[in-house]
Design a protein. Structure first.
Length: 272
């Protein structure tokens, strides 16, 4: 089975490129299940109920998030009623919403998605390592195909989670830093891994923010109201081919899809 996992959807440009490119990816690669991080969908900061429904209608099966999940307060009442939009599992139990989701492909293969958040240079949250152990115990016997979004700042923390879960989940993918890494691999136990999926959004920018505004912040140190950029939108992520019987990843391939660019020039990435 083939699974597409998309990097952080950022602002209007990110939503638009996803809407135009995701159907192409699903049809062209025979994708069975789609997961995407959407915590920046609302102009770079959070997501609204309306945008959530809009993105789900595009073909996403499960949406993950991170530290920006609470930026739009209207999402607080929406989360408990929409199990396909996750908040990090290692937020306190009293936080609304869920941190994992069990769905299935059109062919009836169960797929679980777990959303974690790192603790290095991130808001306070519980230790994701014992928290994910508890989630895997609850999923035991329900599915072999398990995807983990490790939303974290530090590459070391993401890599540690990949090795910690190697052989126990199908894929561990990093989000949050908006820069696609070139380290996609199959770990020794059969888990697909990449440190960061990259951003689904405007690449003529500073990780999604208008370049002039980001430069003003760095050059002056003064408060700046950030707005998302618009130019050079790309949809980035990985396609993982997994064995539904064992849950092991067979291949992992990163991609960057750009509207109007021929397939032969889209990316030099190759399956691992």
């Amino acid at each position: 089975m083939r699974i597409a996992i998309l990097g952080d959807v950022n602002g209007r440009a990110g939503r638009h490129v996803l809407m135009t490119q995701l159907p192409r990816l699903i049809a062209g690669r025979s994708i069975d299940f789609v997961a995407a991080n959407v915590e920046n969908a609302a102009d770079g900061f959070g997501i609204t109920p309306e945008l959530s429904e809009e993105l789900l209608a595009c073909g996403i099966d499960c949406m993950t998030s991170g530290n920006h999940i609470w930026d739009k307060t209207e999402i607080i009442d929406y989360l408990p009623g929409q199990p396909r939009l996750l908040r990090p599992l290692n937020y306190p139990d009293r936080a609304p919403g869920a941190g994992w989701y069990l769905g299935e492909t059109p062919g009836g293969i169960p797929v679980a998605v777990i959303n974690l958040m790192g603790r290095v240079f991130m808001p306070p949250c519980d230790n994701p390592f014992p928290v994910v152990d508890q989630a895997l115990s609850r999923l035991e016997g329900k599915t072999r195909v398990i995807l983990v979004d490790m939303h974290a700042e530090a590459p070391s923390e993401k890599a540690a989670m990949g090795h910690y879960l190697d052989g126990r989940v199908s894929a561990v993918v990093g989000t949050h830093t908006h820069v696609q890494t070139a380290d996609e691999t199959i770990l020794p136990g059969g888990t697909g891994y990449i440190t960061d999926l990259g951003m689904t959004g405007p690449y003529e920018s500073v990780i999604g923010i208008e370049t002039s505004l980001a430069l003003k912040k760095f050059l002056t140190g003064m408060p700046v109201r950030f707005t998302t950029a618009k130019r050079d939108p790309r949809m980035c992520g990985v396609v993982v081919e997994a064995d539904p019987d064992t849950g092991r990843a067979r291949t992992i391939e990163r991609f960057q899809l750009r509207p109007g660019v021929p397939e032969s020039r889209q990316s030099d990435a190759r399956p691992v």
